[in-house]
Unconditional design. Structure first.
Length: 384
């Protein structure tokens, strides 16, 4: 049986980051990931400055900067009229931009990093089927190629996503509910004049967001009245044309999907020797692009907590409590910001009063504060 300091269930962006941090410090760690390979379907596109600062600390930020595209500015439109700009150049810290990079590339960079630290740490096609707590550790059984294997460790971290098996095993309630909002999303070749700028259209028929991606692509996120069951590029093209007059018909589509949004937060981020991080612990609306970034903030906090717990065995309970409290607080603040973004994007909130307020907000100095809110500054005192 393989003996570890830490077992990580789930090798998505959060599990891989946490594993890299632990391996870097010389801890023995196994990551069990049920998928054969990284999912090429891109969900997240934005890495915020707070995460880039973590990557810099870990010594991997250059790999992201080489592949990503720096968004330094966002344009705000009311229907089709430009209201103003939000620039990130006045934000604190060394990274005054949001880095656009598809999630699959992010996972690829993190996976290569983990493999460079320990080529055997990540086990793919390994689905965790059973987790048992022992007096001084945890044991996990996983399934691979029709056989069952057992690994043991001092602690197990559930980074296994929204439907977390680890969370269910630990019987931790996941409180929350869906929002009424739904969106259709598509990546196209970029045929706009926006260049490296994002553009947000608060339209009376519903929000449109448009973000540059590397390789001359652009992502469009369009609010829909209800969840689109069979998302097709033609539908996004029609909505974009109707609301803002831009023609996407000649642009090449690369990926089309639709999504509903929810918010969920685990009642506690630990139980016994099991901890939760990433979507296993919390889900916020992707409008505002914070979910994965929140996961990394939590994973860093989790890493610091585990380091102390491994150095001072017997005191882990108290440290886990502090981790849970701090990260839950950060998530609640982030969820409120995401809710505000969604509220603004709803057709019913397109009245004169909102328009006037926005006209003021997108001018300096208010726009500098908005830029900080959009880039996840000021979430939780430990990180400010
Ligand atoms: C449309 C959309 C757009 C988004 N855009 C953004 C954005 O711009 N910015 C942002 O910050 N966030 C964004 N997000 C959120 C982001 O995608 C998630 O927060 C992020 O993927 C969470 O990472 P994770 O590692 O916690 O979980 P996941 O990515 O879900 O990874 C969990 C992993 O665990 C594995 N797993 C599950 N069960 C088991 C098991 N029993 N055994 C072994 N392995 C298991 C899964 O195969 C998976 O690989 C977006 C989400 C959506 C849906």
């Amino acid at each position: 049986m393989l003996e570890n300091d830490i077992i990580i269930a789930g090798g998505g962006p959060i599990g891989l980051y946490l594993a890299g941090r632990l391996l870097q410090k010389g801890y023995c760690c196994t990551i069990l990931e049920k998928k054969t390979a990284i999912d090429p379907h891109s969900k997240s596109l934005g890495i915020h400055p707070v995460s880039l600062e973590l990557f810099e600390k870990a010594g991997i930020v250059e790999k992201f900067l080489l592949r990503g595209l720096k968004i330094k500015k966002g344009l705000a439109f009311w229907n089709r009229e430009k209201l103003g700009e939000i620039t990130f150049e006045h934000c604190p810290g060394p990274f005054r931009y949001i880095l656009a990079i598809p999630q699959w590339q992010t996972e690829q960079i993190l996976q290569q990093w983990v493999e460079s630290l320990d080529p055997g740490a990540l086990i793919r096609q390994a689905e965790v089927l059973d987790i048992t707590e022992k007096e001084s550790g945890v044991q996990a059984i996983y399934h691979k190629n029709g056989k069952k294997y057992t690994v043991s460790g001092k602690y197990l971290i559930g980074c296994d996503g929204k439907y977390s098996f680890a969370r269910k095993t630990a019987a931790i309630p996941f409180d929350g509910s869906p929002y009424p909002d739904s969106y259709i999303m598509g990546d196209f070749s970029d045929n706009t004049d926006f260049g490296r700028q994002a553009a947000i259209f608060l339209h009376k028929k519903g929000l449109i967001e448009s973000f540059p991606l590397p390789n001359g692509h652009r992502r469009w996120v369009v609010k829909t009245d209800q969840r689109v069951k069979k998302p097709e590029s033609r539908y996004i093209c029609d909505l974009v044309k109707e609301r803002i007059g831009h023609s996407l018909y000649e642009a090449e589509p690369f990926m089309i999907s639709s999504f509903g949004v929810q918010h969920f937060l685990a009642k506690d981020l630990y139980s016994g020797r099991i901890l939760l991080a990433g979507d296993a612990a919390h889900v916020v609306s992707p409008i505002g692009g914070q979910g994965m970034n929140l996961g990394w903030l939590g994973a860093e906090l989790c890493f610091l907590t585990l380091k102390k717990s491994l150095q001072h065995p017997g005191y882990h309970q108290k440290m886990f409590e502090v981790y849970s409290k701090k990260q839950r607080e950060i998530v609640k603040q982030a969820a409120r910001r995401a809710e505000m973004n969604m509220w603004l994007g709803r057709a019913e909130n397109s009245g004169k009063a909102v328009e006037l307020a926005l006209r003021l907000l997108v001018q300096p100095p208010a726009s500098h504060l908005l830029a900080k809110l959009f880039t996840m500054r000021g979430l939780g005192r430990w990180w400010v």
